[in-house]
Structures are given as C-alpha cells and as structure tokens.
Design a binder for this molecule. Sequence first.
Ligand SMILES: Cc1cc2nc3c(=O)[nH]c(=O)nc-3n(C[C@H](O)[C@H](O)[C@H](O)COP(=O)(O)O)c2cc1C
Ligand SMILES: *[C@@H]1O[C@H](CO)[C@@H](O)[C@H](O)[C@H]1NC(C)=O
Ligand SMILES: *[C@@H]1O[C@H](CO)[C@@H](O)[C@H](O)[C@H]1NC(C)=O
Ligand SMILES: *[C@@H]1O[C@H](CO)[C@@H](O)[C@H](O)[C@H]1NC(C)=O
Ligand SMILES: *[C@@H]1O[C@H](CO)[C@@H](O)[C@H](O)[C@H]1NC(C)=O
Length: 395
Amino acid sequence: MYTRKEKLIKQLTGLVTVTLGGTTAFAGLCIWNGNEKFYRDYVMPFTRRLDPETSHKLAVFAMKHCLIRKQPEPDTESLSTKLWNINFSNPVGLAAGFDKQAEAMQGLHRTGFGFVEIGSVTPQPQEGNKKPRVFRLEEDNAIINRYGFNSEGHEAVYDRVRLEVGKQKRAIIGVNLGKNKLSAMGDVRDYVVGVEKFGAIADYLVINISSPNTPGLRGLQQKEELENLITLVLEARNKLDTAKLPPLLVKIAPDLSDDEKKDIASVILKEKCRVDGIIVSNTTTSRPSDLKSQCKDEIGGLSGQPLKDISTRCIRDFYRLTSGQIPIIGVGGVGSGQDAYEKISAGASLVQLYTSFAFQGPPVIRRIKRELDEILRSKGYRNVTEAIGKSAQSN
Ligand SMILES: Cc1cc2nc3c(=O)[nH]c(=O)nc-3n(C[C@H](O)[C@H](O)[C@H](O)COP(=O)(O)O)c2cc1C
Ligand SMILES: *[C@@H]1O[C@H](CO)[C@@H](O)[C@H](O)[C@H]1NC(C)=O
Ligand SMILES: *[C@@H]1O[C@H](CO)[C@@H](O)[C@H](O)[C@H]1NC(C)=O
Ligand SMILES: *[C@@H]1O[C@H](CO)[C@@H](O)[C@H](O)[C@H]1NC(C)=O
Ligand SMILES: *[C@@H]1O[C@H](CO)[C@@H](O)[C@H](O)[C@H]1NC(C)=O
C-alpha cells in the first residue's frame, strides 16, 4: 500500500516520465518550499524546458495536491481590504485562466493569494483550440495564448467549487463565466445560465465583454447590444434565491478606443446596468513593436510585462470615466509590489496576476505583498484602500 504522498509522487513522476521521457530530476517539484532563490535557480528553469501547456498542467497538479508550502505568516493588516462586504486578507488575486477547471483553489489559497478567479467555465464541456495554443515569450516576460476556452463545463466545475466553499478555511472564489463556441442557447443565455448555476456559491461572478471588434458592428449598435446583455444578466442575478446576491463584474479588453471606453462606462453607470465591478483587463491582441521573442507573431492574446502599462492606462481611464463609483480589479503584467501599487493608485481596489506566476512560481505572491506593504508605508498610507485612485485624481 502507498501512503497518500507516495502515491502523489508516483503520479507526478508518471506525468513527467510521459512528457519528458524519463527525467527523474523532478523530486524538486515536491520540495516547493517557497524559497525564492530555489525557485529561480532550479524549479523555474526546469519547468521552462517543458512545453508551456505541460508546465501549466504540472503547476495546477502541484497546487491541487498542496505540494506547495503554506505561507507561514498571516498577511499584514495594511493589506486587508473590504469590498462588496467581503474581507480580503490581501488584494493580490489569481486571474482567470490558470485554474480553469477549479481544481487547485485550496492550494492557491494556502500559498497566499487573496482570492482566486476560476474559469472561464462554459455551460457544456468544450475542447478549445488545437495545440500548440500557448507560447512563452521568454525575453519579453510574456505569454501569448489562444486556448479558445477549453472547459470541463458547468457541472464538473460546480461540484468542485461547492466542495471548496464548504470548507472552514477556504479561498475567496470568483467564477468567470464563458460561453460555448457553438452555443445552442445564444450568447446571453449562456451567461444567464452561468449566473443561475454559480450564483449561490460564488463570491463574485464575471462576464466577459471583451469586444470582438466586428467590423460594421460599432457605435450605437454595439452599445445597445452591451446594454441588452448586462440588463438580462443582472436581472438573472437579482432573481437568485440566495441569502447574499453575488457581485457581478464585467471583464474588458485593453484594446478599446476612447469612444468605446466612453460607451462602456456610460452603459455600466446606468441604473439598470450598474455592475458591481470592472476587471481591467484581459489580454491584448496588439503587439507592441519592441517585442523580442520569436513567437511574438503567434495569434492570440498577449499577457505579462508588455501589457502592464497598457492595462494601467485603461484602469485610470475607467476610474475617471466612472468617477471611482465602480470598483476595479486591475490586471495585466503585475510582477512586483510597485506594479501592484501603480494599478491601485490608478484606481484599482484589488489586483490580479497570471503571467508573473507562470514565470516565477509561488514566491512571487509573497514578494509582491511584502513590497506593496513597504511602498504603502513609505507613502504614509495605512492600508490599500487609502491609496486607491490617488494618481488618477491629480493631472
Ligand atoms: C494562458 C492564459 C489563459 C487565460 N485564460 C483566460 C480565461 O479563460 N478567461 C479569462 O477571462 N482570462 C483568461 N486569461 C487572461 C488573464 O486572466 C489576465 O487577464 C491576463 O493574462 C493579464 O494578466 P497577466 O499579465 O498577469 O497575465 C488567460 C491568460 C493566460 C496567460
Ligand atoms: C483602511 O483605513 C481606513 C482609515 O483611513 C479605515 O477607515 C478602514 O477601515 C481601513 N480599511 C481596512 C479594510 O482596514
Ligand atoms: C470582516 O471583518 C470585520 C472585522 O474586521 C468583522 O466585523 C466582519 O464580521 C467581517 N465580515 C465578514 C463578512 O466576514
Ligand atoms: C468573450 O467575448 C467575446 C466577444 O463577445 C467572444 O468572442 C469570446 O468568445 C468571449 N469569451 C468567452 C470565454 O466567452
Ligand atoms: C480575451 O481576449 C482574447 C483575445 O485577446 C479573446 O479571445 C477572449 O475571448 C477574451 N475574453 C476572455 C474572457 O478571455
């Protein structure tokens, strides 16, 4: 008989053997001990030798089985934030797309994320695009992905989330709702079904309004479509029969023109379309001219460092356009406390990250939190809330 841990190591070795043809150097993964240098010098170089999708799978596996050490100390008081009547012990969350199938929420919580957004999850299971569909832009600290929303579907994901929220020590969980590529129900319906399915167990819900920029579908028509979508989804949310209605957030692309931003802001400020938050932003379809990596012209969404300032500008724009009335989650290229602080001072109440976690592993969370705490102190802020939007108000 094997013990649980031995079984896991066997499984893990099996996985690695399949993908690498017999490397045994992988004991390293089981010693995820949160040591930054150890990660930098041993673990991350090793995972870089894997193809990015395998490396992603491995990271989810390690998190799922809590092979990573729990953050030893509690978060400092200055990082605690209250939003939507939820107490966040820190404002640094994991962005959608890492734990798409809701397998690793507990492990992610234990390593120190303040909240975890799972998904995108589609009503029916779907495969997504064919591989390869993730590319590492090593020299640019960036990723291009065109996963195309591979999802195990509502049913499977629902069961896992329900299990997690039943635990006493649990992650704060956002559910990012997607729609099936070949939806039998129509786009709006897919989101409404998502709200009905997850409304009672999610701490917040997200729908994506990343504009496809369909030529010929601009201006007024686009605005009406957005208004219609949000109205119907909010109606579904408001009809839920739960003790606490979950906040509904919209997630936007960073590639919007000024007019599109104004249109979106004016829609979500209307009473019947008043969402509870905006996630700024999704990946960019643009390609900054200074990208160096070979795969820079792959089709897909670009994330990481090259997205950082694009998304921060977008946060500041939305903070101003909404006069700070709608809380923002800032995401895009956050890899240090300074990056997180810039997003907060541009108007974000919380931040999220994905790409820096993929490159640097779990130690990045603790480092960002430590640096953010130091920056807040040095500027004389007692907590995160006091710093929100400070750089959006001047100039
Ligand atoms: C591999 C990968 C998969 C992603 N999948 C999703 C997804 O399913 N749904 C979603 O809303 N965003 C998804 N995103 C976007 C992230 O949530 C985030 O908005 C974006 O990566 C910017 O943050 P970052 O620069 O910290 O990575 C994905 C990003 C990456 C890199
Ligand atoms: C942040 O500090 C302000 C005082 O400036 C206080 O009113 C607020 O309760 C604090 N927020 C949290 C979550 O501690
Ligand atoms: C949040 O924390 C405060 C104390 O800081 C506590 O009074 C309150 O009950 C908590 N709220 C929730 C929803 O846990
Ligand atoms: C997000 O919205 C865009 C535009 O409507 C759409 O093309 C894309 O498939 C959506 N993504 C998900 C996960 O539903
Ligand atoms: C995000 O952006 C990508 C392209 O950059 C797009 O395919 C996708 O539908 C958008 N929405 C979500 C939720 O990821």
